[in-house]
Design a protein around this ligand. Structure first.
Ligand SMILES: Cc1cc2nc3c(=O)[nH]c(=O)nc-3n(C[C@H](O)[C@H](O)[C@H](O)COP(=O)(O)O)c2cc1C
Length: 185
C-alpha cells in the first residue's frame, strides 16, 4: 500500500496562472524553503543540474522588459499580458539547467532531473495559498545573454509564483492510465 496522503498531495497539484494571483508577496525565506525541496530531486550521478535565477521586486520589471524586447512579433496584447502577469506575480524563477563540462550525462537526463526539481517546487505549493505554473514561451531560448548563462547552461522556462485567494481549482481531466499501461508477465 502506498501512503494515500502523498497521493492526495500529488493529485491536488495544479497550475495556478498569474491572472489568479492577487499581487501579494511571498517572503524570500519561503521561496528558499521551496527551492530546498526542489534541491532534493534525483539526478544521474548526482549531477544536480538545476539552478535558479529568481526575479522579484524591480527585478521582475527588468525580466519583463527583456522578454518584450526579445519577442519577435511585437504586439500590444502580448506586452500588456506580460506586464500584468509580472505585476501579479511575487517571484518569477528562471528554471535553468547546467551540464557538466565533460557532458558525462546525456542532456535529456539533465533536463529530466531539472523537471523533477520543478515538480518538487509545484508540490511544495499544494495546500497553501501559493500558486504557480511553468511557462515555456519561445523567447526563453534567447535569454542566455540576459541571464548570463554559459555555453553549457540553458533556461528551460519561467516558473511564476504568486499568492491566490481560494478559487475553485480547475478540473483538468487526465486520460485513463489503464489505456496506456501494458502489463508483461
Ligand atoms: C514543461 C512544461 C511547460 C509548460 N509550459 C506552459 C506554457 O508555456 N504555457 C502554459 O499555459 N502552460 C504551460 N505549462 C503548464 C501546463 O499547461 C499544465 O501543466 C497543464 O495544462 C496541466 O494542468 P495542471 O498543471 O493544472 O495539472 C507547462 C507545463 C510543463 C510541464
Amino acid at each position: 500500500m502506498i501512503n494515500r496522503d502523498v497521493s492526495k498531495i500529488i493529485k491536488k497539484r495544479r497550475s495556478i496562472f498569474p491572472k489568479q494571483f492577487n499581487g501579494d508577496e511571498i517572503s524570500n525565506n519561503t521561496i528558499l524553503e521551496i527551492l530546498q525541496n526542489a534541491n532534493t530531486a534525483p539526478s544521474h550521478k548526482l549531477t544536480q543540474p538545476w539552478f535558479f535565477k529568481i526575479f522579484t521586486k524591480s527585478g521582475k520589471q527588468k525580466l519583463a522588459n527583456e522578454i518584450i524586447k526579445l519577442k519577435q512579433k511585437k504586439s500590444d496584447i502580448f506586452e500588456k499580458k506580460i506586464i500584468s502577469n509580472f505585476e501579479l506575480s511575487s517571484h518569477i524563477i528562471c528554471i535553468c539547467m547546467r551540464r557538466d563540462k565533460s557532458k558525462s550525462i546525456p542532456e535529456w537526463e539533465e533536463i529530466a532531473a531539472t523537471a523533477m526539481a520543478v515538480q518538487n517546487i509545484w508540490l511544495s505549493c499544494v495546500n497553501s495559498k501559493i500558486g504557480g505554473y511553468w511557462s515555456s514561451p519561445d523567447v526563453i531560448g534567447k535569454l542566455n545573454i540576459f541571464l548570463n548563462l554559459s555555453k553549457n547552461e540553458r533556461c528551460l522556462g519561467l516558473f511564476y509564483l504568486g499568492i491566490y485567494d481560494s478559487t475553485p481549482l480547475r478540473s483538468v481531466p487526465r486520460k485513463d492510465i489503464e489505456t496506456d499501461i501494458e502489463w508483461i508477465e
